[in-house]
Structures are given as C-alpha cells and as structure tokens.
Design a protein around this ligand. Sequence first.
Ligand code: SF4
Ligand code: SF4
Length: 190
Amino acid sequence: MAPIPGSGLAKGLAVTLRTMTKKTVTEQYPDAQPDLPPRTRGVIGLFEENCTVCMLCARECPDWCIYIDSHKETVPAAAPGGRERSRNVLDRFAIDFSLCMYCGICIEVCPFDALFWSPEFEYAETDIRDLTHERDKLREWMWTVPAPPALDPGAEEPKEIAAARKTAEKLAAAAQAERAPSDDPQGEES
Ligand code: SF4
Ligand code: SF4
C-alpha cells in the first residue's frame, strides 16, 4: 500500500514535539558535577599501611600494569633468645592507568584490604606516560573512597570489632578493679 502523502512529515513532527517536552539529559560538565553511583570504578586508591608487599595484585593483574618495588628489613627478636624476623618494606607502588582495564581483580585478590575503588575520574593527562600514578597519588585517592555501606542489622559482629570490644572491656574491668579499694571508704579506715 502506498504511504499517505505527508505521513512521514507528521511522524517526524510528532517525534520533535515528544522530545521537546521531555527533560533534557545533557550534563553540563564541568560546570555541574555528574551524580555518580557511590561504587563507581574511577581510580584505585592504595591504603599503604595495609600493604604487606605480598605481590598478589601485581601477579594477578591481567594487564601487568601494577609496579611494585620493595626491600627486606630485619626486625629484632621480640623477646630475648627469640629469632630475628624479616619483613618487606614498600619502595614503589604504581599503577599505569593507560593499561588498566578496570577489571577490579587486584582489589578482589588483595588479602589485606589495601586497594579500593574511588569514584574519582578527573585524572586525564595530555601525555600518556603521565597516566602511571605513583603511591603518593594512589594514597591521595584513598581519601575519596566512600565509606562502606552499613552492616545488615542481623549480621554477625565483625571479628576485628568483637576482638577490640573484648579488649576494651577487659581493660575497663582491670581499671575498675584497681580503683575499687581506694573508692571504698571502709577499706581506707581499716
Ligand atoms: S583493575 Fe584490573 S587491570 Fe587495572 S590494575 Fe587492577 S587488576 Fe590490573
Ligand atoms: S595484594 Fe594487597 S597487600 Fe599484596 S602487594 Fe597488592 S596491595 Fe599490597
């Protein structure tokens, strides 16, 4: 069947009218910051204090874009007659974001919670070589990592918090026991 003359124009005008009345979706970046989801994969932050230089993240990274250098240090024995121990000291931790594919494997495999996603995304550079970011920058990004979501009210208490609470309770009980005799006025008289 032959199309009705002018039906194409009417359809086009209908689309124009429909979109004219809709709210615009254009983001006025950089004047207005985009409203990103909290778990956005922007960059990777490093919490250096947790890193034991186990190298797991560098080994598992499919792009081999994590560079870690370290040296060993000898720690004296904790008690007389004990053995000296050695520990790894971090010298360099860098990620080449021109190679990173944001798979998140490094963050998943880190056994010590030293790597985190940050929603920070404004790290464009004019030279690709400047996209290798060193530990100071990765640490700076750590402060843009959002707080973890609240625990489910029915969830088991995390091991670390339970251990810290028990220690605090023991210390408080010991302090209370120490104070008790001097607080007792009868004890002072006798
Ligand atoms: S997100 Fe993936 S590609 Fe990027 S550094 Fe981590 S493991 Fe490598
Ligand atoms: S996996 Fe974690 S602890 Fe091990 S080297 Fe990487 S960041 Fe450090």
